[in-house]
Design a protein around this ligand. Structure first.
Ligand SMILES: Nc1nc2c(c(=O)[nH]1)N(C=O)[C@@H](CNc1ccc(C(=O)N[C@@H](CCC(=O)O)C(=O)O)cc1)CN2
Ligand SMILES: Nc1ncnc2c1ncn2[C@@H]1O[C@H](COP(=O)(O)OP(=O)(O)OP(=O)(O)O)[C@@H](O)[C@H]1O
Length: 187
């Protein structure tokens, strides 16, 4: 098994090879399965705030098949003194920010800070037993360390690895959703 850095490079080039059309088709499949999982978790009936993300690069467009009611429950990552918090906002109210050092859509500073009950976690790679490889900044690992929250990793089937090198601070997912399947991790 290589290092995290090697694996990141490998996964990034795999994703870069996805055509725009495949990216959209696979995203739609991810979104359909994620919708089923969120229904099973009674997100809308129970008004559970859900931490999501504004996709960058080839992260799945998880929202393509979502119900409109979900928009009232979405909270997006925001930078706060070196750590990440979540602020409630519908997708239409996001604005471009450079707060994390790269241009990403994020909530306005006036948006209400919330503690999500469920977090949709982006990643460069996942394993079927819930390991995750992120972009190497540690924002999610540091946030998830303190939060007792249901963690749903999402990515394309091509991002599923046999194994991923981990450090003690790496946090495991409770579910991994791809374009093919919903993996429930038993821990
Ligand atoms: N969509 C999305 N939102 C997110 C994250 C994420 O991974 N994806 N984050 C997850 O932490 C946080 C932001 N942190 C980020 C850190 C690095 C990069 C990034 O694109 N890094 C480049 C390298 C840039 C550089 O180091 O100069 C890269 O990975 O190619 C993006 C987001 C919160 N919001
Ligand atoms: N719980 C933590 N406490 C302290 N430092 C941490 C913690 N989690 C991660 N870090 C630090 O963050 C950096 C990046 O960690 P790592 O390579 O595991 O990130 P990642 O999981 O790929 O990224 P991300 O979580 O942002 O998507 C490392 O230097 C690590 O020491």
């Amino acid at each position: 098994m290589g290092t995290k850095a090697d694996l990141r490079k490998n996964l990034k080039s795999r994703l870069a090879s996805l055509s725009d059309q495949d990216y959209l088709e696979l995203s739609l499949k991810v979104s359909v399965l994620l919708k089923h999982l969120l229904n099973d978790l009674h997100v809308i009936q129970q008004h559970l705030v859900i931490g999501v993300f504004a996709p960058i690069e080839k992260e799945p467009k998880w929202f393509l098949d979502m119900e409109d009611e979900l928009e009232k429950l979405t909270a997006y990552p925001a930078y706060a003194k070196d750590r990440m918090v979540f602020r409630l906002a519908p997708r239409a109210e996001l604005e471009i920010t450079q707060d994390f050092g790269v241009g990403i859509l994020g909530p306005k500073l006036s948006a209400k800070e919330m503690t999500p009950k469920i977090i949709i976690v982006p990643g460069l790679g996942f394993t079927s037993d819930g390991k995750r490889l992120g972009r190497g900044k540690g924002f999610y690992d540091r946030y998830l360390e303190e939060a007792s929250v249901i963690k749903i990793g999402i990515g394309f089937e091509m991002q599923i690895e046999q194994d991923i090198p981990t450090d003690p601070h790496d946090v495991k997912m409770d579910f991994v959703v791809t374009d093919h399947r919903i993996l429930k991790i038993n821990r």
